[in-house]
Design a protein around this ligand. Structure first.
Ligand code: NDP
Length: 236
């Protein structure tokens, strides 16, 4: 049953979002991805949308609804970093990160909720980060945007939990994508030393958890924060 459902993953053209979309395709779901550039993996429907633009998000959902049907599972994955120390952080560094990471989730989930309420079924999965709750020097903007997703998912759970809709947060640690490739080698080495698993993860290791949360086995899990971080954030 669950494998026939319609999934939308934001930022599915590369990185973690792409791996998530690939997993859903592999498991037989009908999968759409949003992309500003490029294309989603084979077997997906790619729709154009910048998640900071509510009209573009609305149009993307309309296209998915017309081509695949109502979105039953939404993965808010699109995200950016603009790292710098607070003293040097500009208004734009702060606002653009919050508008993408938190505002993007708001726009996408709000639009998805209409169809989910009608269907009395929905899975909302928000991609946060270990630094949301752990904190990270130079990432006040990013960390704030990611911890806010926890309040978002928990409030949504209280609003819509009685309608067959779950909302959960996945908090990855360090994952091998373009985002972490930007880090200087020395910084990467230091991070690896502080991760109990002693390594970064592959995007596919995050994807497995997301697909599991979307499935029938996770029907009674809501408002949870699931770490996929090799033990980095333990206790948070
Ligand atoms: P990448 O930088 O590899 O990819 C980011 C994705 O988000 C791209 O598809 C990008 O699209 C999309 N995106 C960014 N801004 C927008 C926007 N305004 N509208 C639409 N799409 C947008 O990142 P990752 O795959 O590493 O990260 C994915 C998510 O996982 C992010 O939310 C990130 O914060 C989170 N995360 C990543 C970790 C890591 O170690 N890599 C750790 C913890 C969390 P485009 O190609 O068009 O730019």
């Amino acid at each position: 049953m669950s494998a026939e459902r319609v999934v939308l993953v934001t930022g599915g053209n590369r990185g973690i979002g792409r791996a998530i979309a690939e997993r859903f395709v592999r498991d037989g779901y009908r999968v759409a991805v949003t992309a500003r550039s490029g294309e989603g993996p084979e077997g997906t429907l790619t729709v154009r949308a910048d998640v900071t633009d509510a009209a573009a998000v609305d149009a993307a959902f309309t296209e998915v609804e017309q081509k695949l049907g109502p979105v039953e599972i939404v993965v808010a994955n699109a995200g950016i970093t603009k790292d710098t120390l607070l003293m040097r952080m500009s208004e734009d560094d702060f606002d653009s990160v919050v508008a993408t990471n938190l505002g993007g989730a708001f726009r996408v989930v709000k639009r998805a909720s209409k169809g989910m309420l009608r269907a009395r079924f929905g899975r909302v999965i928000l991609i946060s980060s270990v630094v949301g709750l752990y904190g990270s020097a130079g990432q006040v903007n990013y960390s704030a945007s990611k911890s806010a997703l926890v309040g978002f998912a928990r409030s949504l759970t209280r609003e819509l939990g009685g309608r067959g809709i779950t909302a959960n947060v996945v908090a990855p640690g360090f994952i091998e994508t373009d985002m972490t490739a930007e880090l200087p080698e020395e910084t990467q080495k230091q991070y690896k030393a502080s991760i109990p698993a002693g390594r970064f993860a592959t995007p596919d290791e995050v994807a497995g958890t997301v697909v599991w949360l979307a499935g029938d086995d996770a029907a009674y899990i809501s408002g949870a924060v699931i770490p996929v971080d090799g033990g980095l954030g333990m206790g948070h």
